[in-house]
Design a protein around this ligand. Structure first.
Ligand code: GLC
Length: 725
């Protein structure tokens, strides 16, 4: 039986201006609970809102589970005149209670099915917790690991970010967001928040329109094309106008060009921030600019609540603009089925049963193992389970804070530490643990003592795992770092342990590409585990002992040094390209003290087995508007383990009306090969794959020569040519 349709237009016509404005306001849960108790909190005063504003508000930001959601919805519906249900939104970024690896790790799976699965589990758990909308996927393209929020992105490539954006939206929304277990998604942060200058949080973004359209916008559009229901505006400027007040961005591109008819919401406080940005005199002007620009919901400021009524009465804002925004919000509530069931999905018992259930943990473990990148392996891995003694040394040896930032309701004590994961695999008695050092901040004497204990454990062991990393709070929002090395004395610890010459693997827990040049040279093996989530320890142990063969590949370059940033694979050639890494040419684009190439390139990741590529073949050399070129390559597993290989397709437009990247990812296929097995991988090349924004900003392809590259990463590729006629 279909859902009872609500006549939104009629409801809208019945609402007073104040009631309509209320729908444009989003408040945090405590304001409802305090208000119900008659407490006027500091934030309520700071926001300058009144009790009546609270019971008029349209949505809630971040609730702590079914119990609280039900409580607030009940209180609200008792007090709200029109009985319009609240919409509950939250930051379910990589899991609700079962926490998955951070999105930068999820991107490294290059596996949209797995990412969709992770989003599906997140939605099922969140829905039982009473969440209706998640502020995810975050699809900001990133090139600067100094920025703390690179952990939240899937990396530096628009194509891969677009594939992952779609997977997240599918996983969250399912086929019908009114169904329990499905939640609406909100793509963010529109737009180009990842391009903050210097990687410094909340800093200026200043990029050309072509860069915006070529690199930064595609993934937002992909999410919207996949049916994403909401868009969050970003804190930063675009073309010198903050996104939340940027008409060109919101009404021009988002709604005008892309036809987005869903809801827009500002980021936290972003409408009021038009004042410090210097484009609004006060909250009243900020409200006027934002509503005219097309920001529907005002997250956690009083700008709309306090000023829109006046602005309409003064004739400065057309009430039609408010009606349009309110209509979109009511329509989303209707699509979510909230008018029928304001408590949609919220179920304390069900929430308790399904969060962290065995199936969800199993999926979290599978996804985490698929996101761990093998960066180096000099015949150390995989370990034999029958080893006598293994020492785990480092601050992450037995650490449960491996969920990473934005891990919503996830609890550290529910995660599996690396030590627990290894002990689960080979038995507690074989495992020695010594912290060796803190992540940072210990005294010399403390370090000397810890180092002695670590060396003792290392001397007693046959193999060693060095568990190192960043503090989890060195990543995420407002966590930019100028130095992106391993903090504290971890590298010193690693040097001392590696000196012993025993089979040693470094496992990294971090939220960004780090500067690991020294460590990379001396460590016999390195696994990049990122923040692997609830099942991290088990997943890493699966990799260490070969129950899972690593297949993940980097989606963000590891810089040779922080001085090299921004470094990314899809760069331009310049007029004086460096002829080769070992060139001594003086007058070319280069540094006198470091290479141009990153330490580790986009798409890089090793396996325990070896994949051999045949010569790349094209079935024709000329492509026309309506033809297809088939590019094929045979990949054979010539190693000792079954494994997955991610075959990557890159294309270069050799000459065009504007400069074009030296290569752009245009496709990838993840294939499984048993030992000795060979598969043919075929990519279809079409004219539309070659389109870009030409000198007149038209999105077209241009005839001429192209290079097609196929390989296991963005550096080691075979190149063939074709022509577009
Ligand atoms: C934060 C973040 C945004 C998040 C929002 C609500 O400031 O920028 O990503 O969704 O506030 O928590």
């Amino acid at each position: 039986m279909g859902r009872k349709k609500v006549d939104i237009k009629k409801l809208l016509q019945s609402m007073t201006l104040k009631e309509k404005i209320g729908q444009l306001v989003q408040l945090a849960p405590f304001l409802f609970k305090d208000s119900a108790k008659g407490i006027v909190t500091g934030p309520m005063e700071w926001l300058g809102i009144k009790d009546s504003d609270v019971w008029n508000a349209g949505s809630v930001l971040g609730t702590a589970g079914a119990e609280e959601t039900i409580e607030i919805q009940k209180m609200y519906l008792e007090r709200n005149q029109k009985k319009i249900p609240l919409m509950f939104m939250a930051d379910i970024i990589h899991g609700y209670r079962t926490i998955f690896p951070i999105p930068l790790a999820l991107g490294c799976t290059w596996d949209e099915k797995l990412v969709e699965k992770a989003a599906r589990v997140s939605a099922i758990e969140a829905s039982a917790g009473g969440v209706h909308v998640t502020f995810s996927p975050m699809v900001d393209l990133v090139r600067d690991p100094r920025w703390g929020r690179v952990m939240e992105s899937t990396g530096e490539d628009p194509y891969l970010n677009s594939v992952m954006a779609r997977a997240f939206v599918r996983g969250y929304q399912g086929d019908d967001i009114s169904k329990e277990g499905n939640i609406a998604s909100c793509v963010k942060h529109f737009a180009a928040y990842g391009a903050v200058e210097g990687g410094r949080e909340y800093n200026t973004v200043d990029i050309s329109e072509r860069m915006l359209r070529e690199f930064y916008l595609p993934a937002y559009k992909a999410a919207i094309d996949e049916g994403c229901k909401m868009v969050m505006t970003s804190f930063n400027t675009v073309n010198s106008i903050p996104s939340s007040g940027n008409k060109w961005l919101l009404r021009g591109i988002l709604r005008g060009e892309w036809g987005f008819d869903g809801v827009t919401i500002s980021d936290w406080g972003a409408i009021k921030e038009l004042i410090p940005h210097g484009v609004a005199e006060d909250e009243k002007e900020a409200a006027e600019k934002a509503i005219k620009a097309g920001a529907d919901i005002d997250m956690m400021t009083g700008c709309y609540a306090k000023n829109l009524e006046k602005l309409v009465k003064e004739g400065k804002v057309d009430e039609k603009l408010i009606d349009e925004a309110v209509y979109r919000i009511l329509k989303l509530k209707e699509e979510l089925g909230l008018f029928e069931n304001p408590f949609k999905g919220a179920d304390k018992e069900k929430e308790k049963q399904i969060v962290l259930c065995d199936e969800h943990r199993r999926i979290a473990r599978e996804v985490a193992a698929a996101s761990v990148v093998l960066l180096k392996n000099q015949d150390v891995l995989p370990f034999d389970k029958n080893i006598r003694k293994l020492a785990i040394i480092g601050p992450y040896s037995d650490e449960h804070a491996i969920l990473g930032p934005w891990s919503w309701q996830g609890k550290w004590e529910e995660s599996v530490s690396l030590k627990e994961g290894i002990a689960n695999k080979i038995g507690e008695s074989k495992v020695l643990v010594a912290k060796g050092c803190e992540i940072e901040g210990e005294s010399d004497s403390q370090f000397k003592k810890s180092l002695r204990q670590a060396l003792k454990a290392a001397n007693e062991a046959d193999i060693i795992v060095l568990a190192l990393g960043e503090h989890y709070d060195m990543s995420g929002e407002a966590r930019s770092r100028a130095f992106i090395t391993l903090p504290g004395r971890q590298e010193e610890l690693a040097r001392e342990i590696i000196k012993l010459g025993k089979p040693t693997v470094v496992v990294l827990f971090n939220g960004r590409p780090l500067e690991i040049r020294e460590l990379y040279n001396i460590a016999p093996a390195i696994l990049e585990a990122w923040f692997p989530g609830t099942e991290g320890g088990n997943a890493i142990a699966d990799i260490l002992f070969g129950d899972k063969n690593p297949s993940a590949k980097l989606t963000m370059s590891f810089p040779y040094t922080v001085g090299q940033i921004p470094v990314y694979y899809n760069h331009f050639n310049t007029g004086r390209p460096k002829p080769s890494e070992d060139s001594t040419e003086r007058f070319c684009s280069h540094y006198i003290d470091i290479p141009n190439a990153p330490l580790l390139p986009f798409g890089f990741g090793l396996s325990y087995t070896e994949f051999k590529y045949s010569k790349v073949k094209l079935d024709k050399k000329v492509l026309t508007q309506d033809s297809v070129i088939k590019a094929s390559v045979k990949v054979k597993n010539v190693g000792r383990y079954p494994g997955d290989e991610i075959v990557q397709l890159y294309i270069r437009d050799m000459v065009a009306s504007v400069v074009r990247p030296v290569k752009e990812l245009k496709g990838f296929k993840k294939i499984h090969l048993e030992v000795g097995e060979e598969k043919e991988v075929v990519f279809e090349i079409r004219e539309e794959m070659l389109r870009f924004h030409n000198e007149n900003m038209e999105y077209v392809s241009e005839k001429g020569k192209f290079q097609l590259m196929i390989g296991p990463n963005s550096k080691d590729v075979q190149t063939v040519e074709f022509e577009l006629r």
